[in-house]
Design a binder for this molecule. Sequence first.
Ligand code: BGC
Length: 744
Amino acid sequence: MKKIILGGMFLLLAGSLTQAQDTPVYLDETKTIEERVEDALSRMTLEEKVAITHAQSKFSSPGVDRLGISELWMTDGPHGIRPEVLWDEWDQAGWTNDSCVAFPALTCLAATWNPEMAQLYGKSIGEEARYREKDVLLGPGVNIYRTPLNGRNFEYMGEDPYLASRMVVPYVQGVQKNGVAVCVKHYALNNQESNRHTTNVIVDDRALYEIYLPAFKAAVQEGKAWSIMGSYNLYQNQHGCHNQRLLNDILKGEWGFDGVVVSDWGGVHDTGEAISNGLDLEFGTWTNGLSNGTSNAYDNYYLAQPYLKLIKEGKVGTKELDDKVRRILRLMFRTCMNRNKPFGSLCSEAHYEAARRIGEEGIVLLQNNNGLLPIDLNKVKRIAVIGENALKMMTVGGGSSSLKVQREVSPLEGIRKRIGNKAEVIYARGYVGDPSGEYNGVVSGQDLKDNRTPEELTAEAVEVAKAADCVIFIGGLNKSRGQDCEDADRKSLNLSYGQDELIFALAKANPNLVVVNISGNAIAMPWVKEVPAILQAWFLGSEAGNALASVLMGDVNPSGKLPFTFPVSLEDVGAHKLGEYPGILRTDGSKILDEKYNESIYVGYRWTDKEKIKPLFAFGHGLSYTTFEYGKISVDKTTMKANETLTLTVPVTNTGKREGSEVVQLYIRDVKSTLPRPVKELKGFQKVKLAPGETRNISFTIDKEALSYFDDARHEWVAEPGKFEAIVAASATDIRSKVSFALE
Ligand code: BGC
C-alpha cells in the first residue's frame, strides 16, 4: 500500500516535472512576469512585434495567435463599462448582455473626499470590466479642473492635485485587483475640449509639476497603474500621445513607469514621433475618437506598415520596438494572460449598493437656510417637483463615457418611491432642454418631447409651485453637446434653456424652494439669494434618484464637499482672467492654437485666495444636517527638521442633534518663500463620522513633502526652512484654527 502511494506520488511529481519542462517560460505562471516577457519577446517575429503595437478593431489590439498570446480588449471608462460596438464601427453591436451599472461620475466620487469610496468604486467597476472580459478600463480621468467651461470636467476629480491624488490611488488599486488594468487619462494638460486636437499648451514647470502632474504621478507610483492614455492636445509643439518630455522624460524617466502608453483614439499623428517619443500602443487612428473614421485602416496606422517599412529599410532600429513590445507583453501578463485573476461580476446588487453609497456621500448641500432640508413629511404634504432633469436619463450621452445601463432610477422616480403615500408629489416640466436621448445607437427610450412654449411651461410650473408646501426644482446641465459633454466646451457659466428665469419665478411663487443642480461643473447662480436650499447632485448614475431622495428626505446626512470652486462669474477664474482660453490661433495656417496658462499655479482656490475673491461656493464647502465645532489645532513640536514628521491634532465635535460626517481639511501656508506660493494648499483631509455630542481628535502627520514647492530652476522639490502655518478648515474659506511651526 505504502509503496503504491509513494509510487503514485512519484508519478505525479514526474508528471508535473515533464509538464513544467514542456511549458514554455512565457506561459509558465510560476515564472516572474519579466522572465515571461523576455521569453515571449525572443520568440516573436518582427511582423508579430509590430502587429501588437496597434489596434485591430475599435477597442482591441492583437495578441500573437501562433504563441497563444491573447488579444487585449479595452473599454470605456470611467463610470461604467461601455456597451459593445461593432468590430470597426462606433455603432452598437446589438448585444443584449452588455448592460452595466452606471456609477456616479468621478466629480461625485471626488466630492465624497473619502478614499474608501474610491476603493469601492474601483473594485466594483473593475469587477464589471472583468466579467465583461475586458483587460483595460479606459479611466479614471484626473485632468485638473482649470475652467468651468470644460465639457469633460465631470469625468475628472476636481481642481486640487492633492485631493485628486488621494482619490485616484485607491480607484486604481481597486480596479487592478481584478486583473484589469486602468488606463489613467488624459496625460497631460487636457484641460478643455475646445480644439482638443489642436491646442498647444504653454505652461511653466511650476504649474506643470505642482498642479497638472501630481495625480498622474500618484496613480503611477503609488497606484502602480498598468497603463496611461496620452492626451489629444499638444505641449511643446508635440501631441500628448508622442511627447518626448511628458512620456519619455517625465513618465518613463523620472517616474519609472513600466506600463503601456496607449494613445487616445485618433491622437497619433506621426510615425517618427510615435516610434521615438514614448507611445507604445496606437488606437483609433483615422477616426475622431467619437463617431466617424476610415474603415479597416489598421494596416495604415502610424505604428503599422509605415513602421515596419522603416525598419525593413533600415531607417530605424528595433530598440524602441522591443521596448514597446516588452511593455505590451507585461500588460498582457498582468491582465489577459493572467490565469489567477478573479471572475468578476456584472450588475450585482453589491454594485448598485456601491453606486448608491458613493452617490449619497458625494451629494453636496451647498445652502440650507431656514432648515428647509431635510424635507419633513410631518409638515409637508404636497411636494412640487419641477424640471427636465427630474426625468432625464443622464447615463446616455456625454461622449465616450456614455453607457447602456441595466437600470437607472430618475430623481422623480426616486423621490416618488421614497415618499410613497406620505405626501402628494406633483410634477411639472418647467422648461424643455434637450429632449433627445441617444448616443452611438443606445437610446434612452424616453419620450421627452414637449411642444409647449416657455411661457406655457413656466405658467404651469408656477401654478404647481404655488399649490405646494415645498418645491424641488431639478435642473442643471445635461450630457448634450455644449453642456457636460466630450468634444466641445460650454459656452457660458449660466444655465441654459431659460432655467435661471424659471428659478426666479419659482422662488417668487413659493419661498420653500430647493434647487437641485445636476452637473459635473460649476454654474452661475444669479438667484442664489432667492433660493433657501441648494444641492449639488452631479451625474449620479444608476442609483441617481434613490441617492438624491435619501439626502432630500434626510435618511442620509449629506457629507460631500466641493472638489472645485464655484466662481460667481468667469471673471473670477484665473484661466479666464489671465489665461488665453480657449487659445490663440497661429497665423501660419497650421490650425494650431497656442494657449498660455498665464495664471500658472493659481488654479481654483489658489487663484481666489490670491486675488481675495469671494467665491460663490468655495472649494471644500459642503453643509450637513448637523453642525460641527472645531477646537484649537495643536502641534507636537514647534520646530521640525527636514527628515522628521510633524503631527497636528484638532478636536472636532458634532454639536447638532444627528449623526453626521465632516471632512476636516488641513491646509499649509508657507509664510515666507523665495518663490511666490499660493496663500495655502490642501495637504491633508479626513472624513470623520460623529454621533451627536461626540468629540474626536483628528490627527494629521505631515513631512517635508507637504511643505515643498517645485523649484523650476533647480528642477526639484524644495522645502525651504522658515515659518509655516497649519490651517484646519471646513472649506477653503471656512478656516477654523491655525498654528505656526518652523522648518529648520
Ligand atoms: C476619448 C477617450 C476615450 C476614447 C475611446 C476618446 O474620444 O477622449 O477618453 O477613452 O475616445 O472611446
